[in-house]
Design a protein around this ligand. Structure first.
Ligand SMILES: [Zn+2]
Length: 103
């Protein structure tokens, strides 16, 4: 039987489509520092805490989506149609059997 695949493209849940995320070391840095530090002080902090010669870029490529900002997935078209059909049937039934709302 021939399979038809339905491609779903949605924004990456980690970077929200921005393609980049904040370097985790920078996230740690900002927990205890504000913008008053000089570049020398910043570089020194990254050297002491992470062994970097200088501070890395604050934004790095999102590893979840490999920097594309999108997550792609595939679903068998027959399965997708079955889910849609089931939802439609549930909606039609709910006209006759409304779900009881709390409160
Ligand atoms: Zn991402």
């Amino acid at each position: 039987m021939v399979k038809f695949m339905l491609k779903q493209v949605s924004p990456c849940p980690v970077c929200h489509g921005q393609k980049v995320i904040q370097h985790p070391a920078w996230a740690e840095y900002w927990k205890t520092h504000d913008i008053s530090q000089t570049m020398e002080q910043i570089n020194a902090w990254f050297g002491v805490n992470y062994g970097y010669a200088s501070a890395p870029d604050e934004e790095i490529e999102c590893g979840e989506c490999d920097g594309t900002g999108q997550i792609e997935s595939e679903t068998d078209l027959r399965e997708a149609l079955a889910v849609i059909q089931a939802e439609r049937e549930n909606q039609e039934l709910s006209i006759f059997f409304p779900t009881k709302k709390e409160g």
